[in-house]
Write a protein that binds this ligand. Structure first.
Ligand code: ATP
Ligand code: MG
Ligand code: MG
Length: 550
């Protein structure tokens, strides 16, 4: 691979390989906690860890960091596995759980106690916090800090045996209560918690803390580069301390900036609140920044991987505009989504000079960007629907669509002229247009010589298939919804608009959920799994207009 790269992590790895560190091995891991569904931020970490392993001919583990049983469950484990696979990555036989190491982690803790490097502390959680001090004030030593090794061994064993109540005692590392780094002021390694674990059941009532379990899990698995987000930079001294105190194999922790995306939130805790409070329909609501939400919306794994590549890897905090993610899906679908015609807000058009019983099948290209995608036949007949917005009774300047007395081309079909407007007597609303067509102007005909400015999409009334279309806007109105005390105040009040009387061309009747299309002139759409027999439901993935400033 490259010797220099804009990805600083690859530069570190290149240097390590040059120095034959770890015998030149490259071994990473993706370590999610199964306490929610993965989001696009996790995708960045997945692409980075699995991508590095691929690029260097190394390995990448999928490890569930399941040390907090009260928040974790099997549903999350399964969703995480399927999301990683869907993104296009494979852990082969390297699926691990931190809970597989509970026994070893316990033994390591006993070793720390024996070395005088850990002690059982009876302070309450609140007292521990008070004793910890602040950034400007040193901490105070716990009165239990100088218990004998024997007493600690006995108490720790009895903690495991379930003799003490939840929260009554913890095991702490004995490091330095005056350390300028608060994480080093005798951090908690184990807590007592009676909670059924999704894998180990009731076997344990003590559970290791993240800062203790994580470095040791990395070490046990022979991970060479333990890549995490910058919030853990301050925890690195503790990561190193745990491994050094035990004298075990020592992976290198490297931090990078987490992905923040505009107009959304990116923490599982906050996303769970949106689900639990019913602001969205579930973890896979197409407005959610979760992998499952993006998938349901119609995003492709290719677009998400492309996005992760483009945002790059750096240390500095930033917020990526969601327009960039939208740009990536547009680019991908522009190349491969078939074009079809769908009328979202129908207005009836009657072609008065077109024979009543005639149906013509017109040739329509599937994708002008990719001729190999071929063409299809679209039925044309006397009664059609066009988009209500494509007609104005009183057109403003530069309105090149249909208006009384004006001509437009119907895509793949003829030039038509609006002759008469029919309105509802009571409301004054336009209900249908009477038009004429020019038979010499059929697309592709040698006589098709006249040019008109506007080209409209349409469907044939007798052939079109009804559909519901769900239009999505950003989930939050503010670029950074978290800048206020309660991010929920910034929820977009109209992030979902449902159009329930849409009409799509007949070929879509047989579409399978997950199929993606470009609806001509409108955007990219994906058939939602809510579609049932006779009822098509489409999600708008993204509109055609690109707002990403390159
Ligand atoms: P959350 O706060 O959303 O729950 P987390 O970091 O607690 O995130 P984990 O399940 O522990 O979630 O994350 C697994 C991996 O994904 C970690 O290595 C973490 O650093 C990484 N990760 C999580 N969020 C992001 C993000 N926004 N950008 C990049 N990587 C992320
Ligand atoms: Mg975490
Ligand atoms: Mg978390």
């Amino acid at each position: 691979s490259n010797t220099t790269s804009t990805n600083f992590i690859k530069n570190i790895i290149n240097e390590d390989i040059k120095n034959n560190k770890n015998d030149g091995r490259v071994h990473t891991r993706f370590p999610p906690e199964p306490n929610g569904y993965l989001h696009i931020g996790h995708a960045k970490s997945i692409c980075l860890n699995f991508g590095i392993a691929q690029e260097y001919g190394g390995l990448c583990n999928l490890r569930f960091d399941d040390t907090n049983p009260s928040k974790e469950n099997v549903e999350y484990v399964e969703s995480i596995k399927s999301d990683v696979r869907w993104l296009g990555f494979d852990w082969d036989d390297r699926l691990y759980y931190a809970s597989d190491y509970f026994e070893r982690l316990y033994e390591y803790a006993v070793q720390l106690i024996k070395a005088g490097k850990a002690y059982v502390c009876d302070l309450s959680a609140e007292e521990i916090r008070e004793y910890r001090g602040t950034l400007t004030e040193p901490g105070k030593e716990s009165p239990y800090r100088n218990r004998s090794v024997e007493e600690n061994l006995d108490l720790f064993e009895r903690m495991r045996a379930g003799e003490f109540s939840d929260g009554s005692r913890v095991l702490r590392a004995k490091i330095d209560m005056a350390s300028p780094n608060l994480n080093m002021r005798d951090p908690v390694l184990y807590r007592i918690q009676r909670a059924k674990h999704h894998r180990t059941g009731d076997k344990w009532c003590i559970y290791p803390m993240y800062d203790y379990a994580h470095p040791l899990s990395d070490s046990i698995e022979g991970v060479t580069h333990s890549i995490c987000t910058c919030e853990f930079e301050d925890h690195r001294p503790l990561y190193d301390w745990v491994l050094d105190a035990l004298g075990v194999y020592h992976p290198q922790q490297i931090e990078f900036a987490r992905l923040n995306l505009s107009h959304t939130v990116m923490s599982k805790r906050k996303l769970r609140l949106l689900v639990e409070e019913g602001h969205v329909s579930g973890w896979d609501d197409p407005r959610m920044p979760t992998i499952s939400g993006l998938r349901r919306r119609g995003y492709t794994p290719e677009a998400i991987r492309d996005f992760c590549e483009r945002i790059g890897v750096a240390k500095a905090y930033s917020i990526v505009n969601i327009a960039m993610l939208e740009h990536c899906i547009r680019e991908d679908l522009n190349a491969r989504a078939p074009r079809v015609m769908a009328v979202l807000r129908p207005l009836k058009v009657i072609i008065d000079n077109y024979p009543e019983d005639r149906v013509e099948m017109l040739e329509a290209e599937n994708n002008p960007e990719n001729p190999a995608m071929g063409s299809r036949q679209v039925p044309f007949s006397r009664v059609l629907y066009i988009e209500r917005d494509d007609f104005r009774e009183d057109p403003p300047k530069k309105f090149f669509r249909l208006a009384p007395g004006r001509e437009v081309r119907l895509k793949h079909a003829y030039i038509i002229k609006c002759e008469r407007v029919v309105k509802d007597e009571k409301t004054g609303e336009v209900v249908e247009l009477h038009c004429t067509y020019d038979p010499q102007t059929r697309s592709g005909m040698s006589t098709e010589t006249r040019k008109v400015k506007g080209t409209l999409h349409w469907v044939s009334a007798a052939h079109a298939v009804p559909a519901e279309v769900r239009l999505y806007d950003h989930l939050f109105v503010k670029e950074n919804p978290e800048e206020d005390d309660d991010f929920r105040k910034n929820l977009h009040p109209n992030s979902l608009e449902i159009l329930d009387s849409c009409l799509v061309e007949p070929g879509l009747a047989e579409a399978a959920p997950g199929s993606r299309y470009q609806f001509l002139r409108q955007g990219y759409f994906c058939l939602d799994p809510d579609s049932a027999d006779g009822k098509l439901v489409f999600n708008r993935i993204v509109s055609l207009k690109d707002t990403w400033a390159k």
